[in-house]
Design a protein around this ligand. Structure first.
Ligand code: SF4
Ligand code: SF4
Length: 167
């Protein structure tokens, strides 16, 4: 695995963001044939190349959604009630989801880039960036948001565009 190079990520993002976003919009409406078969293969390639421990950008610049189950589990870990935990760390967003009040996430150790509650982290964190969570047409809009922050998502879209961008 290669450490994430943010200079190169930002440079590529500034050069290709428009092109990839347009590919994501087009492919959401009209998925290229075979994209749902090839995406897991490409995602596996991405995880051979991207080391999240050298990045943690999602924990620094984005917020997970906390489910009620997440809140109960993490609050219990800190001997707090779910209400006290939520009041201390969370806020309701415009979709009425519970999200972090601040970024970077309070549970990120900024010296190691490691999650201090890794074993009990929110489900959303465990699955992020959800490269193969749903069919392409149902999830391309999320990749479109995530390419701005997540080098793994960017790389997957880059690879898919190289293979299917002109289909
Ligand atoms: S809970 Fe852990 S994995 Fe989730 S955003 Fe915070 S630091 Fe990152
Ligand atoms: S999931 Fe994406 S943003 Fe988060 S650490 Fe991994 S590469 Fe970075």
């Amino acid at each position: 695995m290669i450490p994430v190079n943010f200079r190169s990520f930002r440079k590529k993002l500034s050069l290709y963001r428009k092109i990839y976003r347009s590919f994501l919009t087009r492919s959401e409406k009209l998925p290229p044939p075979g994209i749902d078969k090839i995406t897991p293969i490409v995602a596996a390639e991405v995880w051979q190349e991207v080391d999240c421990l050298t990045c943690a950008n999602c924990c620094k610049k984005m917020t997970p959604t906390f489910t009620i189950k997440d809140i109960k589990r993490i609050a219990a870990h800190f001997n707090q009630t779910p209400e006290a935990f939520s009041a201390q760390w969370l806020v309701k967003d415009k979709n009425k989801d519970m999200v972090n009040l601040r970024q970077p996430c309070q549970f990120l150790d900024l010296t190691t880039n490691m999650c201090s509650i890794y074993a009990i982290r929110p489900e959303d964190c465990a699955g992020f960036p959800h490269l193969t969570k749903r069919k392409w047409e149902e999830y391309a809009y999320v990749h479109k948001q995530n390419i701005d922050y997540c080098p793994a998502t960017f790389k997957m879209v880059e690879k898919l565009y190289a293979r299917m961008g002109r289909l």
